[in-house]
Design a protein around this ligand. Structure first.
Ligand SMILES: [Zn+2]
Length: 563
């Protein structure tokens, strides 16, 4: 998939000449929507049952890129968000995974944790229940900031270009979904499961604006107490209407595997977790985003503002029930209503003709192995945490005279060697890495193992798979060996909890995402040309006639620029 860089440069120049500098042409608001785990096929899978004004508005009035993929190998939440925000690959933006092992501190690090800061809400830091989000448990500090993001975002460039006049706000259930998009210079708000309200850290603000305190004082989560997640339509009208109860679905703390899913009376320690793994999480984000738009006066003056809304329910529902489940189907139909609500609100407040909307996803997602096997499609589970005990690894340890542990940890998709092994001057690290790669390549479920020394050396096969591994490689954060599992082979252990499905591979089901631009006078069009998610930030910059983010390698999408 070689793409024309020269053509890309020419189109930027053309844009700068034609539209870039004319303030009257600029939208009042850029609304960037990221739906967590919204695989490219999902918005149109139930097209005949979508309502008006949501996905249909985007698909019928927007520019729809039907062949868009992430070009990095580790398709996880922060990796995809950071790529959409910066136009850079993880090799440059630095977010190589939700977690990585930090050689300097000797601990696993969570991507947006920062001990130099604290949350503004005391007690909101420790999540009530972290079972379905191990990244929260791995974090050692309650503080949050974008410090680990090594390049600028489009939102940073917008702020910078306007001398700080452009307002930038990022909202999500997940801290990493909000922080990544707001960049270094905007303000991020996310949902605290422990507090049942929206929070931020003192990296951004010294105190909450009054409107945030007022919003939280209404106890937004409590509106769901005593309610159920019910189906939107009659069950027989659903594709998965007759298969609600499937063995591979997860019952998280008694939320159950069949409709209706009860939120209980609000007293369960799982209450706010249940909200996030149902459409309620997206509805909370919608309410907060609307409030942010009005109170922060986004899109209300001549300077273009930026609002990022990252919806997380599709991801949690996918993990817990699988993307081909009655729950996931209903979630998409409800997300469609949430989007319609948001667009109608933006239309009233700012005008869709004054708003450039871009929607994409941080990654796709695989179907649950149980579902695949029910159709005769091979699938299975791997467990890298058990590899240390394999006889092949024992043989390597004996031949290199390694007495202690060889493997420090596996933080997907990287195997990190122990500090003792790394510091052992008797060991030729390159030879050891090669030996481990050779053995791991034979393990069941492993498609490809690549050592970091091989990635540094270069001269690897020039194909999409290797390129995606290279795009993910950051020499400070990546481990000694990169592992790619076979298609439809997964780790299913989420910090002790077995879930239906887990993304994070370079295979199509994980890289394939929608990219749609709408509003602000763009002309409806379907585009089947291959594009990459790095192109999104590059396109926004070119559209605004400002410089691309510092690490951006994306090519501006000419269909969006042709106005
Ligand atoms: Zn996920």
């Amino acid at each position: 998939m070689q793409r024309s860089r020269i053509l890309g440069c020419l189109s930027i120049v053309a844009l700068l000449v034609s539209a870039g500098a004319d303030a009257a042409d600029k939208p009042k608001l850029i609304l960037q929507i990221t739906v967590d785990q919204l695989r490219g096929d999902l918005p149109t899978r139930y097209y005949d049952r979508l309502g008006e004004g949501g996905f249909r508005y985007l698909w019928e009035s927007g520019i729809v890129y039907r062949n868009a993929h992430h070009a990095h190998a580790n398709t996880e939440t922060i990796v995809g968000h950071a790529t959409l925000a910066t136009g850079a690959h993880p090799s440059n933006h630095g977010m190589v995974g939700n977690l990585w092992f930090d050689r300097e501190t000797g601990f696993t690090t969570y991507n947006v944790e920062d001990p130099n800061y604290r949350l503004l809400t005391a007690g909101a830091s420790v999540d009530a229940n972290t079972e379905i989000d191990p990244t929260q448990r791995a974090a050692r500090s309650d503080g949050r900031s974008p410090a680990a993001l090594l390049v600028t975002t489009f939102s940073d460039e917008l702020r910078s270009n306007t001398g700080g006049e452009a307002k930038v706000v990022g909202v999500s259930v997940k801290d990493r979904g909000a922080i990544s998009m707001a960049g270094h210079s905007g303000t991020a708000y996310w949902f605290s499961k422990a507090g049942g309200e929206f929070v931020t850290s003192n990296y951004y603000l010294d105190r909450y604006p009054d409107w945030v305190s007022t919003f939280n004082s209404t106890k937004p989560a409590q509106q769901f107490a005593g309610k159920n997640w019910e189906l939107l339509h009659r069950q027989e009208n659903y594709l998965f209407g007759e298969s609600d109860d499937r063995a591979w679905e997860t019952d998280v703390g008694g939320f159950g595997r069949v409709f209706p899913h009860s939120y209980g009376d609000g007293s369960s320690p799982y209450f706010t977790t249940w909200l996030t793994l149902s459409p309620a999480g997206d509805e909370l984000v919608l309410d907060f985003a609307k409030q942010a738009l009005v109170e922060e006066q986004l899109g209300m003056d001549a300077v273009t503002d930026y609002l990022s809304v990252s919806f997380s329910s599709t991801d949690y529902v996918g993990h817990v029930f699988g993307p081909s489940s009655l729950e996931a189907e209903d979630n998409i139909l409800r997300l469609d209503r949430t989007l319609a609500d948001l667009f109608a609100f933006v239309d009233r407040e700012v005008g869709l003709e004054n708003t450039l909307i871009v929607l994409s996803a941080d990654h796709g997602g695989p179907d649950a192995p149980g579902y695949l096997k029910s159709l005769g499609i091979p699938a299975g589970y791997v467990d890298p945490k058990s590899w240390e005990k394999e006889s092949a690894i024992a043989r390597i340890k004996a031949s290199f005279n390694i007495k202690g542990e060889l493997i420090e940890t596996y933080e997907h998709p990287y195997l990190y060697f122990s500090a003792d092994v790394k510091n052992d001057k008797q060991i030729d690290q390159e030879v050891l890495e090669a030996a481990v790669v050779e053995e791991l390549s034979r393990f069941q479920g492993v498609s490809l193992a690549v050592s970091s020394s091989a990635l540094r050396r270069g001269n690897l096969p020039d194909n999409a798979l290797y390129r995606s591994v290279i795009n993910n490689f950051n020499s400070k954060r990546s481990g000694e060996v990169f592992i790619v599992f076979e298609p439809n082979w997964f780790i299913n252990d989420f910090d002790g909890l077995t879930v239906a499905s887990t993304h994070g591979s370079p295979w199509n089901y994980d890289t394939y995402v929608p990219v749609v631009f709408a509003g602000a006078g763009v002309n409806a069009q379907i585009v089947d040309r291959a594009v990459q998610t790095v192109d999104v930030a590059a396109t926004l910059s070119a559209y605004m006639g400002i410089k691309p983010p510092s690490g951006s390698v994306g090519i501006p999408l000419t269909e969006v620029l042709d106005r």
